[in-house]
Design a protein around this ligand. Sequence first.
Ligand code: NAI
Ligand code: MG
Length: 365
Amino acid sequence: MANPTLLILAGDGIGPEVMGQVTRIIDWFGDKRGLAFDVEHDLVGGAAYDKHGTPLHDDTMARAMEVDAVLLGAVGGPKYDDLDFSVKPERGLLRLRKEMDLFSNLRPAQCFDALADFSSLKKHLIAGLDIMIVRELTSGVYFGEPRGIFEEGNERVGINTQRYTESEIGRVARSAFELARRRGNKVCSMEKANVMESGILWREVVQKVHDEDYPDVELSHMYADNGAMQLVRAPKQFDVILTDNLFGDILSDCAAMLTGSLGMLPSASLGAPNADGRPKALYEPVHGSAPDITGQGKANPIACILSFAMALRYSFDQGDEATRLEKAIEKVLADGARTADLMGEEGGTPISTSQMGDVILAALD
Ligand code: NAI
Ligand code: MG
């Protein structure tokens, strides 16, 4: 059987630095676990603009549609800040998300015990925390029409429209229920059905999908503002949180910071299944290109490595291998390995990006 295919788009800034460690880990799985991938590398963001005058070449887009999974580093940087909006590095990423129709954005918030002191919350509230936010990514108020700034009488009015169809709600709800079945079997859906019609429809559709096809999963509904309070009051009550694009943007950032550094946070964005049953998929760390530390060997590669672990689990059905990789990371953190972003108040000497790769590979061995 042919090897599964991976397209790596390392991008800009620290993107190539953290991705360099991921490729070492991909090689390890090929050598030691008989899990070989056909890996292709290409450009995205500013790097693609420098070569092609566009942040995503059509050929790259076409390959992204064909491969089994895309792994992306980060895009952007001060060098590109003055570019026209239409060719900004971020547009490359937005085009990928749009054309691959990646409607389900998975953002885990997981606490590694060795880093529990990093949280702004008390240790007992987050020790062992493991929640997953499923955010609808391709519709809602960031895309709804009408939108714009219009003249109205003698002043201007800014308009955006929250808009969700039943099928858009249904498909992301399904992805949350499927995910819950592989985890704690609980979904909490968040909207504002008390003040928004789109929220009323959201609640109805989620309940219907649940009753028809996922009655075994425990479902609750919560207003999103209460959800924000509960996330910082008692986050361990949640397993999977399902929410729309706007609330998901805010709630996922809020949940992320429960567990500490940006350098630790992975994500996955999934679309509709291909003919072989695999969803179209893009995996990337939550952080950006970090121009302030680029080229200094300071970047923490763990967010990007954990994104590859998500690829193993959600694109390649290798949950056990994903867990193996996550356990190796847990071990090196417990042993005290820290990049500069993970230095606590006790101080110590940080290790470099590649040294973090070294110790994770050693732990895997
Ligand atoms: P950022 O995430 O790049 O950096 C924020 C802070 O976190 C910086 O101090 C940085 O040094 C630190 N940081 C981020 N990742 C780290 C890592 N792996 N290890 C250690 N420290 C890390 O966000 P910022 O500064 O707002 O944006 C910088 C550039 O990145 C901009 O051009 C922005 O548009 C772009 N960006 C790209 C994203 C993407 O590719 N998905 C997401 C966010 C921003
Ligand atoms: Mg955000």
